[in-house]
Design a protein around this ligand. Structure first.
Ligand SMILES: *[C@@H]1O[C@H](CO)[C@@H](O)[C@H](O)[C@H]1NC(C)=O
Ligand SMILES: *[C@@H]1O[C@H](CO)[C@@H](O)[C@H](O)[C@H]1NC(C)=O
Ligand SMILES: *[C@@H]1O[C@H](CO)[C@@H](O)[C@H](O)[C@H]1NC(C)=O
Ligand SMILES: *[C@@H]1O[C@H](CO)[C@@H](O)[C@H](O)[C@H]1NC(C)=O
Ligand SMILES: *[C@@H]1O[C@H](CO)[C@@H](O)[C@H](O)[C@H]1NC(C)=O
Ligand SMILES: *[C@@H]1O[C@H](CO)[C@@H](O)[C@H](O)[C@H]1NC(C)=O
Ligand SMILES: *[C@@H]1O[C@H](CO)[C@@H](O)[C@H](O)[C@H]1NC(C)=O
Ligand SMILES: *[C@@H]1O[C@H](CO)[C@@H](O)[C@H](O)[C@H]1NC(C)=O
Ligand SMILES: *[C@@H]1O[C@H](CO)[C@@H](O)[C@H](O)[C@H]1NC(C)=O
Length: 353
């Protein structure tokens, strides 16, 4: 009895080996056909497939379906494999028959067992806290418990911009933890942006309609940078009229927010509010150079304003345009004549405003 069992086991082993060997090179004109041709099953889900061993020329009755799990029911040369919960990694399902002329013919089911990522997280490698511009940082996306990892695509994002797509080289079928890294150069435009990554299992047409996607949390980028001018640069000289109010706009951006100090020729009738210096009533004493010093923890820059104050001639321009035009033209012809006019103005210039 024992020897009988032994014989059975040995002959089974031999036939299994034969099955595997003949599965590679074969003269078969008609291989067994699986329907559907490919199965993509989520870990723990049920699965089934039908195998038609041969449709014509079906000689002999040595055929079957080799499987590690599940049940097989036969109906003629059609076999139906079913499993309630597929929880075996790396199994193969093979359908075979012995053909009189061409030996054994077989087909292996294209079976993918998958597990969506359990969790996805993002971080910087060897870096915490604030960033500085124009430096390289390494982002790391960690994906936990995903299978098969070769069908995983990881995409890094900054805001809505995809920075890069990465895939694994591993051919492991069982769930793995894998980290993906991407280098990125920081710029001041990145300040306030958010980095994140997305892990997507791309399982082809036999897979679920919506590929499983898991995204990481958002990682805010805080990029520190020195003061930078906003708005157009100043003219070389700002010409103003005596008595007017002037705002000097020294607006910079920076992270952290910069602070401002003003160096001025005279302090009277000045008030400053951050980057804006206000001179309420301009007098000739306000003429000169104004320097705004802008600094934060990253750097310090200065901006200069040169104020030129003009008196009556411009007042005149605004009130008695025609006469001033005459004076102006004459001035260009003869500067002495201008001085004469200036000292003893036309009667019209003395009209009350
Ligand atoms: C076989 O699988 C298909 C697709 O998963 C399913 O729709 C069908 O109900 C299953 N049939 C049986 C008998 O389990
Ligand atoms: C076996 O297949 C035949 C023809 O395809 C069908 O008529 C019959 O009902 C099937 N039997 C079982 C038990 O499924
Ligand atoms: C394929 O056919 C050739 C010649 O007909 C034969 O020698 C060979 O053994 C066959 N191969 C298999 C795997 O049956
Ligand atoms: C991170 O720092 C550690 C120790 O300082 C070093 O061994 C490791 O190679 C660094 N990793 C990367 C990706 O730079
Ligand atoms: C993946 O990481 C989790 C948590 O760190 C751990 O529990 C699990 O064993 C890891 N899996 C593998 C395949 O290394
Ligand atoms: C970052 O900048 C360095 C040098 O400035 C360059 O070599 C590198 O390719 C840049 N990396 C990326 C991801 O743009
Ligand atoms: C999984 O990825 C491999 C390698 O990129 C590819 O050959 C295979 O078709 C993919 N599987 C599915 C179900 O898309
Ligand atoms: C200062 O200039 C900036 C840039 O041109 C502008 O956005 C801002 O509104 C100005 N501030 C004032 C008070 O005029
Ligand atoms: C203006 O006032 C500041 C302090 O309020 C003082 O340090 C500075 O010397 C004064 N400048 C002039 C020109 O008076």
């Amino acid at each position: 009895m024992l020897s009988c069992y032994l014989f059975l086991i040995i002959s089974l082993m031999i036939s299994f080996r034969d099955v595997r060997v003949s599965a590679s090179g074969s003269n078969c004109t008609e291989n067994p056909v699986f329907t559907p041709s490919a199965l993509v099953v989520k870990y723990g889900d049920p699965a089934n497939v039908t195998c038609v061993v041969c449709q014509k020329d079906c000689r002999g009755d040595v055929f079957g379906l080799e499987k590690a799990v599940g049940e097989v029911t036969k109906n003629g040369t059609t076999m139906f494999w079913t499993v309630d919960r597929l929880t075996e990694w790396g199994i193969s399902v093979m359908c075979y028959y012995d053909h009189v002329a061409s030996g054994q013919c077989s087909s292996t089911l294209d079976l993918t067992l998958y597990q969506p990522p359990e969790s996805v997280s993002i971080s910087f490698v060897n870096h915490t806290g604030m960033m500085f511009e124009e430096q390289q940082y390494t982002l790391q996306c960690s994906v936990q418990n995903v299978a098969p990892v070769q069908n995983l695509t990881v995409t890094f994002y900054r805001g809505n911009t995809a920075l890069g797509h990465l895939q694994s080289n591993s051919e492991e079928k069982k769930p793995v933890n894998e980290t993906f890294t991407l280098n990125t150069n920081s710029s001041r435009e990145d300040d306030g942006a958010q980095y994140w990554c997305e892990a997507k299992l791309e399982l082809g047409p036999a897979g679920p309609q919506r590929p499983p996607v898991v995204t990481s949390e958002k990682l805010p980028a805080i990029v520190h940078y020195g003061p930078e001018l906003i708005g157009p640069p100043n003219p070389d000289v700002i010409t103003v009229t005596e008595g007017d109010t002037l705002h000097l706009n020294c607006s910079f951006v920076g992270n952290p927010s910069p602070s401002y100090t003003w160096t001025v020729p005279v302090n009277s009738s000045l008030s400053d509010n951050g980057g804006i210096l206000t001179i309420k009533s301009i007098g000739f004493e306000h003429e000169g150079q104004y320097i705004c010093t802008v600094s934060n923890t990253v750097g310090t820059v200065t901006k200069e304003f040169n104020i030129d104050v003009q008196g009556e001639i411009l007042v005149c321009f605004s009130q008695f345009q025609f006469q001033c035009l005459v004076i102006f033209c004459l001035t260009n012809l003869n500067i002495l004549f201008f001085y004469f006019l200036y000292q003893t103005p036309f009667p019209t210039l003395q009209l009350p405003p």
